[in-house]
Design a protein around this ligand. Sequence first.
Ligand code: G
Ligand code: G
Ligand code: MN
Ligand code: NA
Length: 250
Amino acid sequence: RETENDLREALTRGQMRMHYQSIVDLDSGETTGFEALLRWYHPSRGIIAPGEFLQIAEETGMITALGEWVIRQTLSDAASIPGEFRIAINLSPTQVKNPNLVATVAQAIHATGIVPERVELEITEHVLMDQGEAGHVTLLRLRELGVRIALDDFGTGYSSLAYLRRFPFDRIKIDRTFVTDVASDIGSQAIISTITRLADALGMDTTAEGIEDRRQLDILRKLGVHEAQGFLISRPVPPEEVTLIASDGT
Ligand code: G
Ligand code: G
Ligand code: MN
Ligand code: NA
């Protein structure tokens, strides 16, 4: 198990990198954006996904420094990728709890010159659940900067629907648990179709996550989902490979 010190050293020694997974429009097939996903290039253990160290980062408070680094690095990577792609960054509840978050995002936008509307912040409903009013106010302030807010992992929490009423999200990310069996399970189809119609009625965009095969993609398109993301389209890749994908238009 990693310690706070391991994480701090990883950050100062440049062992953290962002990977980017493309998101495509289901009508045009074009890439509309990327989700930034943190990776630790560990000298002896190889590339480690955040599932293995985010918890420790949260418990030790290292998430603040790590999260600020993620925001700056992602916007700096994004500035070097040609095109007007949207760039999505995941935020943990602890990050939204920190009142400095708004200033961090504003500074990173200013430093990179990126258009704020291209930046999307992904939060889960836990953010609003844990922090009530404070989290709500922080999200509104972020919105005032011009950045977009997406509700991630939608459908997996306890009161997803209640949160749609409490905050004007720009996007709903349909959790991959519904996508996994969408080709065989009529219940998952009904849920995705309902989420999509609800989002449309509320003026929110939809992205389905975790698409791994062609059949899932075709069904999601038929169900009216706007965008798709998953291994079928692309694995998360380091920024130098994103440039290649973006510059030849595929
Ligand atoms: O990429 P992967 O499947 O390993 O991501 C695992 C989890 O870590 C996902 O829930 C994802 O949202 C989260 N995650 C990935 N990158 C970041 C990041 O930069 N910051 C935060 N707070 N969470 C991240
Ligand atoms: O919680 P969040 O939705 O941010 O998590 C994103 C995570 O999902 C990343 O860790 C990413 O690596 C993973 N992921 C992305 N596409 C797929 C996919 O097609 N299948 C599976 N199993 N995981 C995926
Ligand atoms: Mn996400
Ligand atoms: Na998700």
